[in-house]
Write a protein that binds this ligand. Sequence first.
Ligand code: FES
Length: 154
Amino acid sequence: MTEDKILEDILERYNYSGSDSLIPILQDIQNELGRITEGAIVKVGKHLNIPTSKIYGLATFYNQFKFENKGEKHICLCNGTSCRLKGAKWNMVYLEDNYKLKNGQTTRDGRYSLEVTTCMGACEHGPVISINDDFYSKVDPETLKSILNDKNED
Ligand code: FES
């Protein structure tokens, strides 16, 4: 199904809705497209008669909305208090220095994306990361490097 058709179907579900439907509409778009596209913002704006700048402003305020596709290897890096105290920052520095990857970004080749999260519920094992559905504990830049090298061989 094309993006236009998906958006049409979503907006049809909110045919008689007002601006209070903005967040549920954006959530549906996020669920079905995996991200909020520029085209989606324009269509939602027309549908609800809201300026696109307001929609964009609201969507960027909430962490749940993404504007880029996830990479083949989606890295979630915990930056909760415990992981931060145990050095999560150095993993972020490693990803930025070696992959030019910052929170919410996807590498140009589409291989990696990074999402910095709050507590992942395994504080005693921190710093914690996940790559797709695999979780890793006590991660430092050296282990992160070898995890990513191993993942490249998958
Ligand atoms: S702070 Fe990272 S798992 Fe809890």
